[in-house]
Design a protein around this ligand. Structure first.
Ligand code: DC
Length: 222
């Protein structure tokens, strides 16, 4: 089986950017598992299926066609072969994906799809339950955190740079609320796997975090 490196952690810890850099450095495939839940949510909007219609959602999960194209400047999320990044990053899709992600039958239905990304030469998978549920036998597991203040500050800067009008206190409270929901949910809560290396990125740069992960990977994959 192809090797897997998992990166789990709360919202805004930098998992996406770091997973992409690690995948590029290793020359491996990438799975952004948040994009899987977001793709189902976007498709549910198109088909006017609500979070209470579990059977309808399960049909969507069966048909989801998702891939990630790595480019030097970032990753392109392809849904049914078409670029879907803008669509799946919409706020209403984020809210719907969080509701969908709390449904155990939906989570089970998406396991096979997520595991199908494990192909040679290897996979970097980021999310909440990559090292605990989806790839419990992963070769290298990382749990990436940062203080809630720092995560809110990073998101604030990101949104401001893209021209959005944002209020810091609101962002901070939303993030705290999401953390609590993710940590306390009954299925696949955001917790570190027992054998994960925990990295607190509060005072580290992206490149410093990538270097720590590459060192861990080198030690565990040799
Ligand atoms: O990381 P993100 O914001 O793109 O994730 C979208 C939603 O999916 C978010 O509510 C958390 C959820 N999610 C999950 O429950 N399990 C994962 N492995 C990845 C994301």
């Amino acid at each position: 089986m192809a090797p897997v490196l998992t990166i789990d952690g709360p919202s805004g810890a930098g998992k996406g950017t770091i997973a992409l850099k690690v995948a590029q450095a290793l020359g491996w495939n990438l799975l952004d598992s948040g994009a899987v839940y977001r793709a189902v949510a976007a498709s549910a909007f198109d088909h006017q299926i609500g979070p209470e219609d579990v059977d309808g959602l399960l049909l969507l999960c069966r048909d989801i066609d998702l891939s990630f194209k790595l480019k030097p400047e970032g990753v392109d999320v392809l849904l049914n072969g078409e670029s879907a990044d803008a669509r799946i990053r919409r706020e209403e899709v984020a809210v719907m994906s969080s509701r969908i992600a709390s449904l155990p039958p939906v989570r089970s239905a998406l396991l096979t799809l997520q595991r199908s990304f494990r192909r040679p030469p290897g996979l970097v998978a980021d999310g909440r339950d990559m090292g605990t549920v989806v790839f419990p036998d992963a070769d290298c597991k990382i749990f990436l955190t940062a203080s809630v203040e720092e995560r809110a500050r990073r998101r604030f800067e990101q949104l401001k740079q893209s021209g959005k009008d944002v209020i810091f206190d609101r962002l901070f409270q939303d993030l705290q609320e999401r953390d609590r929901r993710d940590r306390e949910r009954a299925v696949s809560p955001t917790v570190a796997a027992q054998d994960a290396v925990e990295i607190d990125s509060t005072t580290l740069t992206i490149d410093e975090v990538v270097a720590i992960i590459m060192n861990s990977a080198a030690a565990r994959l040799s």
